[in-house]
Design a protein around this ligand. Structure first.
Ligand SMILES: Cc1cc2nc3c(=O)[nH]c(=O)nc-3n(C[C@H](O)[C@H](O)[C@H](O)COP(=O)(O)OP(=O)(O)OC[C@H]3O[C@@H](n4cnc5c(N)ncnc54)[C@H](O)[C@@H]3O)c2cc1C
Length: 555
């Protein structure tokens, strides 16, 4: 934990050195002693300390300084650090000024120069002041702080990215906490930079303005550059399928890299409770499953890159992956485990309010903010049911909108039973979203009711969309064969009329999970015909590693 600070200010360098020396020898073990030879420099420093979230216990200023006297300095400094104890250093002739300062400017004490011996004239009074300060001191948060507003899509994207990558951070909503005195002081210390939201403040005092996940990823040590440029196995996608392949590949001695553009865990990471995964009778959250798998993968030496793959090509036995930042790596065997992404809901207002009350998927970071609010869930599959159960713990009311007549054909019975038993969840059948409304954020939804042919306008604070998903594989077009919806074809699906795929130059058929490019495999939800479940993704990811060994034995 960073030590709180004792700051002394004096334009006379001999006096400054002497006071620093005495403070350090008595309090150096518990406090950081800093000196400044100008009041304006010290005020600038205090602003920086405020932005870094450092604690300041004592401000000790000489009364006679050019441009600004000690009392003037302490008065301004008090606006930045109101809790810090304030003391003046005075010469005998300034005693009257010091006494009136105690009354007028709320100064805690004044010391006379010289203060020798300090054990008599300095430490007892400082001990008293510092004990008093310690009694009400709450150590500041030491991690990353994110400043933004709840309804800003960019703030949402950043918070979601940090949460899903398990990076602890403190969220400061500058609108909601606008009247909070500590937030006000922080914004003042930031000055005009405070308007470049989202602002991320790091414990080392650096900051990122108008921050985007890729920059923050680099700063918090998520690796964006590969350690080497060649791997036995590269896996694109860090959902359950990719993570399983990484664990099995690396544990069996393959030099393995896993590339993930958002956060390991994939869709499963958004699931509030997976209840059908073998070995976890009480269920487990997707975030927990992802965290455990990550630890396991890292233990076996898997390198994890925070990057987006945007292209793939082959050069002889090498498979080359191009990243969004234009860097490339190559490998012998490549596995695509990029899963699926939410289908877009087509209705006026949706795109404009996305991230500002309208969200695709679980919105892990939003659940807590929905306390006491009205939340709509669109969709009738298990993912929607899990989300409804999760939001019902925080929201005042959760409404599930489905187009059909019931949930029976789309949702597992255990979830239907849980929903029925939860009084603040309401099911609205024959209903679809016609339009969403709101100026800066979602305020109302127009719901089309197919049974009455009418449109109802209802108030809403947040809407989460779970209407099925499709793969995004355009970047593989022309290299990997895909079906009409973009899913990747593998194994027997590639054999047509007994013929192997075009350009296939080997004297064997493609392996079960191999695409039309030898050594390029596809597993999990992105694969044509896959069962869209965590367990099946994990199974495919691990089984594919066996085919990779066979492939590598002949490269
Ligand atoms: C809310 C929800 C709840 C669910 N609940 C359950 C449940 O209870 N039980 C169950 O069995 N299943 C459940 N599922 C389904 C299950 O999560 C999926 O079947 C499973 O996650 C698929 O795993 P995957 O690895 O194939 O793909 P995904 O989980 O989709 O992971 C793919 C990963 O690839 C990354 N990626 C994509 N493109 C690129 C690129 N170009 N470069 C780099 N990275 C990329 C993505 O960011 C993503 O992290 C649920 C799904 C959701 C959304």
């Amino acid at each position: 934990m960073a030590k709180p600070i004792l700051l002394s200010v004096d334009d006379d360098s001999d006096v400054l050195r002497a006071i620093e020396r005495d403070l350090r020898s008595q309090y150096g073990a518990e406090y950081r002693v800093i000196g400044s030879d100008s009041p304006t420099g010290a005020l600038e420093l205090l602003k920086q300390l405020k932005v870094r979230n450092d604690g300041v216990a004592l401000l000790l200023a000489d009364q006679r300084m050019p441009n600004m006297d000690g009392v003037g300095f302490l008065e301004v400094a008090r606006q930045i650090y109101p809790e810090a104890k304030r003391a003046l250093l005075t010469a005998y002739a300034d005693t009257n000024a010091a006494i009136s300062a105690i009354n007028q400017a709320n100064i805690d004490y004044f010391f006379m120069k010289p203060w020798d011996p300090p054990a008599e004239h300095l430490y007892p009074q400082l001990d008293d002041m510092l004990d008093d300060w310690q009694a009400s001191y709450r150590p500041p948060f030491e991690g990353i702080r994110v400043l933004g507003t709840r309804w800003s899509p960019r703030s949402y994207e950043l918070r979601d990215f940090l949460a899903r990558n398990h990076v602890p951070y403190q969220w400061i909503d500058v609108e909601l906490s606008a009247n909070d005195s500590e937030t006000k002081r922080l914004l003042e210390a930031l000055g005009p930079e405070a308007s470049s939201l989202p602002v991320v403040l790091f414990p080392d005092g650096t900051k990122l303005l108008e921050s985007v996940p890729a920059d923050v990823a680099q700063k918090v040590g998520l690796r964006t550059r590969a350690q080497t440029d060649f791997y036995d196995l590269a896996i694109i996608g860090g959902g359950p399928a990719g993570l399983a392949a990484a664990v099995y590949g690396a544990s069996e001695g393959l030099h393995t890299v896993m590339i993930e553009r958002e956060a390991p865990g994939g869709q499963a990471g958004m699931s509030s409770r997976i209840e059908n995964y073998l070995g976890f009778p009480a269920g487990l959250s997707g975030a927990d499953l992802a965290r455990r798998a990550m630890v396991q993968a890292q233990r076996f030496g898997v390198e994890i890159l925070s990057q987006e793959a945007v292209g793939v090509r082959t050069e002889g036995p090498y498979r080359i992956i191009k990243f969004a930042d234009n860097n490339e790596i190559s490998c012998h065997a490549l596995m695509i485990a990029t899963g699926v992404q939410w289908r877009r809901l087509e209705a006026p207002g949706i795109d404009r309010l996305q991230g500002a009350g309208v969200y695709y998927g679980g919105g892990a970071t939003e659940a807590l903010s929905c306390k006491g609010e009205i939340v709509y869930i669109v969709g009738g599959a298990n993912s929607a049911g899990q989300a409804a159960m999760n939001f019902s713990k925080y929201a005042d009311r959760v409404v599930i909108l489905v187009r059909g007549t019931s949930l029976a054909s789309t949702m597992s019975q255990y979830l239907i039973d849980q929903i029925k038993a939860t009084p603040n969840i309401q099911l609205w059948t024959h209903a679809s979203v016609a339009e969403v409304h709101g100026d800066r954020h979602l305020e109302e939804i127009s719901v089309f009711c197919s049974d009455t042919n009418k449109v109802e306008l209802v108030p809403a604070n947040a809407m989460f969309i779970f209407i099925g998903a499709l793969p995004r594989t355009d970047w593989l077009a022309g290299v990997v064969e895909r079906d009409e919806r973009g899913f990747l074809l593998t194994g027997p699906d590639l054999i047509r009329d007994g013929q192997r795929p075009k350009g296939w130059g080997l004297d064997r058929d493609p392996f079960l999970l191999e695409t039309n490019v030898p050594g390029l495999f596809a597993v999990g939800d992105v694969r044509h015909g896959s069962v869209k479940r965590v367990a099946s993704g994990v199974g495919e990811g691990s089984v594919a590693v066996q085919f990779i060994h066979q492939y590598l034995s002949k490269v």
